[in-house]
Design a protein around this ligand. Structure first.
Ligand code: X2X
Length: 334
């Protein structure tokens, strides 16, 4: 798209250069792809990590950030990661990663986590260990901490979503993911799977009438320009794993690995704070830009999911082991 190309030039220039004081070329270079615009906290804190890594490895390791789908959409970047063309990639477990590892999407189950406390205790604890184990088994490496995207809200160009009735037949974009499609089908909607790279234009050209994402993304990707309503459904949480190609990561010297992992995981903690702050604070800002917000009672949505057999179906797909670990943090879901 034209928007894509407009950002490509500027961001490529920003993405490449190591600070000039490192006169020698880096010994190790990792390209890192993300699917959200430069200004989103994900990229801000990854860039801080990149700078600190260069400093603390004396320029030996160069983490080169390529934000905003510069290297292709999620499906493309995931193929590149697996082939080794891309050394690292920020990817949601509920998104394209779940096409390779179905159980990776378990934390995105509808209305599973009631707040951040329950969520971090699960993903920095037993559930996270289980999920990273699954990722390793599939041949990929992953950093310990998952980066925050946020609790998701539905935006539309047509009407506010107040109860499940408003979703009947509603044309909504979802990421490329069986769980996401199943969630919205169970709620009665008509979901279309589209990579985030195409979301702005899909909304603009009315291929779909709505999408769902947290305020920090609605703001950074300027989705308020092509959406009128934002309904605070909090229907699920999502985040990004810092994934790495195994053949790129494994041969690195131990001291480099330790420095890179320590800095990345520390910046992740800072990113979580900023994303949580923005997802609250940006509502006023987006309202001032014309987005009309409404609060939503989640109860009838959950009821609809139960009636549709959503939880029973996914319990079967995820298996008892993963399901029990999830319910330790969420309480009984099915
Ligand atoms: O594709 C999306 O909507 C996004 C950016 O939130 C994810 O990566 C799941």
């Amino acid at each position: 798209t034209r928007r894509g190309f407009a950002t490509l030039g500027a961001a490529t220039v920003l993405g490449c250069a190591l600070p000039l004081r490192y006169a020698k070329a880096a010994e190790f270079t990792f390209k890192l792809g993300t699917n959200v615009p430069e200004t989103h906290p994900l990229n801000i804190y990854l860039r801080k990590a990149s700078t600190q890594i260069a400093e603390q490895t004396n320029g030996r390791f160069d983490l080169q950030l390529f934000p905003n789908n510069q290297l292709g959409g999620d499906s493309d970047m995931f193929s590149q990661l697996r082939s080794g063309a891309l050394e690292s990639f920020m990817l949601s477990g509920v998104n394209v990663l779940s096409t390779l590892i179905p159980s990776a999407s378990i934390y995105g189950l509808g209305f599973a986590f009631k707040d951040y406390q329950a969520l971090w205790s699960a993903l920095d604890g037993k559930l996270g260990i289980h999920l990273r184990g699954q990722i390793n088994k599939a041949g990929l490496m992953v950093m310990d901490r998952i980066w925050d995207n946020g609790f998701r809200q539905i935006t539309t160009s047509t009407k506010p979503i107040k109860d499940p009735g408003d979703l009947q037949g509603f044309k909504i974009r979802v990421p490329v993911s069986a769980l996401w499609t199943s969630l919205f089908k169970s709620l009665g909607a008509a979901p279309t799977a589209i990579n985030f790279a195409e979301v702005y234009s899909a909304l603009q050209t009315r291929i779909v009438d709505g999408q769902e994402n947290p305020p920090a993304i609605i703001s950074a990707a300027k989705l308020f320009e092509v959406q009128k309503y934002c309904s605070l459904t909090n229907h699920m949480w999502d985040g990004w794993w810092f994934l790495m190609n195994r053949r790129a990561w494994e041969p690195l010297p131990a001291d480099i690995k330790e420095t890179v992992a320590r800095i990345v995981n520390a910046q992740c903690v800072a990113e979580r704070e900023e994303v949580a702050r923005q997802n609250t604070a940006l509502k006023a800002d987006l309202a001032a830009k014309g987005l009309i917000f409404n609060e939503v009672d989640p109860t009838p949505f959950r009821e609809q999911l139960r009636k549709a057999g959503f939880y029973t179906e996914w319990r079967g797909k995820f298996g008892e082991e993963a399901w029990n670990i999830l319910e330790e943090s969420t309480g009984k879901l099915a």
